[in-house]
Write a protein that binds this ligand. Sequence first.
Ligand SMILES: Cc1cc2nc3c(=O)[nH]c(=O)nc-3n(C[C@H](O)[C@H](O)[C@H](O)COP(=O)(O)OP(=O)(O)OC[C@H]3O[C@@H](n4cnc5c(N)ncnc54)[C@H](O)[C@@H]3O)c2cc1C
Ligand code: FES
Ligand code: FES
Length: 1375
Amino acid sequence: MDLHHLQPPFIGRTSMEDTQRTSTTPTETTVEQNQRLVFAVNGERFELSTIDPSTTLLQFLRSQTRFKSVKLGCGEGGCGACNVLLSKFDSNLKQVEDYTVSSCLTLLCSLNGCSITTTEGLGSSKDGFHSIHQRFAGFHASQCGFCTPGMCVSLFSALVNAEKTNRPEAPLGVSKLTASEAEKAISGNLCRCTGYRPIADVCKSFTSDVDMEDLGINSFWKKGKSLDAKLQKLPFYDSKQICTYPEFLKNEDNPPLRLKYQNKSWYSPLSMEDLRSLLDSVSAEKDVMVKLVAGNTGMGYYKEVEHYDKFIDLRFIPELSTIKRVRSYLEVGATVTISKLILALKEETNDDSFSEGVMVFKKIASHLEKIASESIRNLASLGGNLVMAQKGFPSDIATVLLAVKSKVTVMTAQEKEFLTLEEFLERPALDSRSVLLSVHVPFLESTKNGYSGKSNAKLVFETYRASPRPLGNALAYLNASFLADVSTCDNGVVINSIQLALGSFGIKHAIRASMVENYLVGKTITFGLMYEALKLIRAAVSPEDGMSHPAYRSSLAVSFLFEFLLPLVDASASNINGCTNETTYNGERTPLLSSAKQVVESSREHYPVGEPIIKSGAAIQASGEAVFVDDIPSPSNCLHGAFIYSTKPLAWVKGIKSKSEKDLHAVVSFRDIPKGGVNIGAKTLFGPEPLFADDLTQCAGQRIAFAVADTQKSADMAADSAIVDYDTKDLEPPILTVEQAVEKSSFFEVPSFLYPSHVGDFSKGMAEADHHIYSAEIKLGSQYYFYMETQTALAVPDEDNCMVVYSSIQVPEFAHSVIAQCLNIPENNVRVITRRVGGGFGGKAIKAMPVAAACALAAHKLRRPVRTYLNRKTDMILAGGRHPMKINYTVGFKSNGKITALHLDILLNAGMAPDISPIMPWNMVGALKKYDWGAFSFDIKVCKTNHSSKSAMRGPGEVQATYIAEAVIEHVAAVLSIDVGSVRETNFHTFDSLRLFYGNDSAGESLEYTLPTIWDKLMKSSNFDHRVEMVKKFNESNRWRKKGLSRVPILHEVSLRATPGRVSILRDGSIVVEVGGIELGQGLWTKVKQMAAYCLSAVRCDGADGLLEKIRVIQADTLSMVQGGFTAGSTTSEASCEAVRLCCKVLVERLMALKEKLQEQTGSVNWDFLILQANFQSVNLSASSYFVPEFSSMRYINYGAAVTEVEINLLTGETKILQSDIIYDCGKSMNPAVDLGQIEGAFVQGIGFFMLEEYLTNSDGLVIVDGTWTYKIPTIDTIPNQLNVEILNSGHHKKRVLSSKASGEPPLLLAVSVHCATRSAIKEARNQLRCWKGSDDDGSDSSFNLDVPATMPVVKTLCGLDNVEFYLQSLLSKQ
Ligand SMILES: Cc1cc2nc3c(=O)[nH]c(=O)nc-3n(C[C@H](O)[C@H](O)[C@H](O)COP(=O)(O)OP(=O)(O)OC[C@H]3O[C@@H](n4cnc5c(N)ncnc54)[C@H](O)[C@@H]3O)c2cc1C
Ligand code: FES
Ligand code: FES
């Protein structure tokens, strides 16, 4: 079935007529007269008179309009995929205000009179793309494309607002935006594919201050072109092109909204009197749930599921929405947004005359800029934040305003009260009938007039926050705000008064550290005083039970107070400047991605293969026209499903009840599997996994049932509120650790042909060694895919007991077979269609099958279409992810670092079902053999446990193996106290040892072993030796920051699998290509198109250059192309290309004779004419193939190396990646732009694994990180400041497909260099700490274990949670 056959029940423009039509629907109540919600989307007028007030803009756009570019990535404000531009018209000022907002949190009713622009509003394939779309495509900045619409909108908003500044006019075609603003524009947007570098280039390409030379590889110009030529080639940017606020809306009479919908209502009171009477009237009503609404961003945190009856929008009450400067304070209305407050604070600081009040405001503004992301700050109000802070939310604003002694005005039912912020926070949470009216932020007086009354007194103020992302979009581990009034005396600096506010560390709300304040007041600051104060503050910061990293959070308080006081120890009145010193990171950061270089070579030998052509579909991905599964309009009668999962690891399921049965149609479980069908959700070569738990659930996170309702919201609510009745009677305890699995011999079998062989004689190797390390232990955790598009499927029952399933899946063929088995129908009754996948990374291979199967089962049972789009939390709980493991290694080595023997005992936690786990030993050993270990033996057990089954994730097993190999090398170097780089080199493979370890087939020819060349080349290109010296000097002269540098090689073995292809030439000469491989964003379709164009050009028609444009690769359809296989393991692109080459060969042979004959007759033959003639002569213009790789050439090794330099902050544990240089061998790249995208994207995903991403479970094995609040993938501010990538075109690989090599997974392993560099920096920190401790430790402690991921708490713990105290002790002991 074609996608377009599916018609939505209600689609497109909701014009007046539509509204009238819909308002007659019987389920909707009549509307109060003249009450209507009017707004515009992309210039189209929408008028609604019936709408559930809890509807978000995203829900409305996606379900009731054709604007599907707004994507649901998280539903909590944390990803930017749903960003839209919101425009408002101020009729007094006659000005339009434009800003981005998260549409997933914006309530539709709050948009009366507003205009919304999505990326569709900027341009389209039909009306012409906007230059933003064109540049996203041309800079190769869109891979899967799921994040791209949101990115485009964020950039568009930055451009629109830059034009409004009073900066000098920019040259034609360029914006007034600065490069640094451009990068920041997307700091709240997540992308899991690209690694951000190309996206940053797109943004910077619009700016006037960018050096065009700094912009990366693109399709607009070739290297060496002049600046002018480059500018001319860029798609033209016309700053006036888009009107964000349509004229017709300006003339609308839009009184604030008052809507009723069934028993719910939305009110927008215009005055305090209105509000009061409203609150009085609702107080009189019993059991009415009232929600006061400002920006509604709190929903992103609380995910409130309650059904509110009344929504009261506070934003139209003047007293609540204005900012007034009164003599000694700013009076800020509670609904003023954080963005507006920042502007107001900055405006105050525009005053040239410096005063301390100005300095304080400036710092508050700068702190506020790190709250959430711009699209949240534009909605979120000051009052909303403080009300949430009172309820226990870890607010930054409460902490910052507490230190400056802010006050608040509150209106309760009885009275209006004026309270200090401290009093307000300490009170019980406001009830929904009480309103926070305003906040007074004091403008601290210049001390000339005497804040403390002392003549030479000065104010010192600083704010701090330690969080996983420096630019915000992450809650702080701890935030702090310190204000002191100090004056100088003969002995130094005296503290006259001090306010120390701390928050976000796991207490109910921000607090003042009064004990410390009292201790410090009146005293002269000395190291001794600091030491005592730090002891007190450590005790004062005591996170509540259950809070993660309590000791780390306390140590941050110590670090921040130390940073605050340190400059005052020796300061004179003149150099007290508010505290900045070498310790701090709070000042302006260097640009995020200061530079990046790409060295790529294109080759014309197989033109257009080898050209960096634009990724197929990139422009429509940017313009939002690309159709993902959830964008397919729902067929009429469509239902939606949501999984109910187990929260117990091993228990009998006695029953399921849902508290929310609204619109619920069925709760589908294993009992609904038709007679003869099998309870199967997924299968691999190694066995099946059940679709649903039967009577016994076998892990927390196992699917138990599928709640099916009218809407996704209702299905989610039903699933979320489901109560499962468990019983553990007569059950053994669950197996939750690998140790327990060993005890119970609970393993999955690894087929002998998949268990790799040992190399050499381990005992002999150990005997040859001078030194030994016995049974050292490492543990590795899991990683979540975080594809931006969560799991999704749509199943549509078809005639004759058939089922069509649209699935976002990497293996449609397997889903097909699973569905047939489950429904007990023959396989020719099932059809699985996959057009594109919004990011897979392995997670949409096995784990997408049950999603498709559940929809199919529900559709089969209910005889209605059923779809699902998993919410992020459920997706994270069900996903499984990377394999956690425990490793013990024993190693023998010579004094020069040559390793003679390595033995590994590895216990893999595979979870409850085999999935692909039995392949893990093979994968791991392939990457472990990267060094010549002398003798190499191992025992790898695949443990069956009561956890969710773990699955393949980009570089499955290989990334962990690379880490293990480097951990062994680092350990050996540490024991011998020799340079780790030399240990690496000593253990490099010779070509002979490479053949011994990998076998002749994988190793190939000696010329193909390019690692030694890469290694040397990288040393030179990264200026390695010089930088080693620089790092050394830096570390000698910096106490609280240390740098580390590391150069690491990688080897990654891949293998090709059989794959089909078909090429068909249509009557008009256009060409359709089908392949087994799925387009996941990795550019498979693009390479396939290039290959088809190259191969068909062998016909040598005139004008064959245009063939590329004639080719379309079409969606995978399991009935149209059977044996599609897996898209995984990095080699599907090349295998699909080879299958296409085989088809084209046949077609060329068929066409050649005719072409020659025609040429003889007419002299010249063009393609279209040839094809027309071929049709007349009944030449078969469709050819199929099934590429089966030869055994001797199916495996090969990929090589690369990376140098990374990092800087760590010893006070906070933050790691900044200063520079990464990568060289990666792509053989002869089929498309250097696509391969570069794979290398950079994989590298950044690897940074996530090694440095940031903690995929944690509770003691029952249930995943407890469930969204963007707790799971932190890299953002633009956590990637390397400089990222230089060179693709080595080694180009002589006879057995490879046109000499190309894979690029999808291996580069992820290169991120181990970041981890190694961090370890090296920590080593420096620990050496320093040892000196401070006066320990005569001989350095044996340098073999410390650095966990993966090396998060801030991990790094800080290794640098010393008490390093500040030891430093002070060492100083004091010398005094
Ligand atoms: C992704 C994300 C990241 C964030 N990161 C941070 C961060 O790092 N630091 C930080 O400090 N904050 C952070 N926040 C919180 C953000 O600042 C708050 O969500 C926001 O300030 C709440 O404002 P709002 O106007 O949207 O409130 P709403 O969501 O409208 O309201 C929140 C609550 O307060 C009530 N309420 C609102 N206004 C009033 C009033 N005047 N009187 C009485 N009750 C009222 C509402 O009824 C509701 O219960 C983050 C939020 C998101 C979504
Ligand atoms: S979906 Fe709205 S921010 Fe992620
Ligand atoms: S391209 Fe950004 S998430 Fe895929």
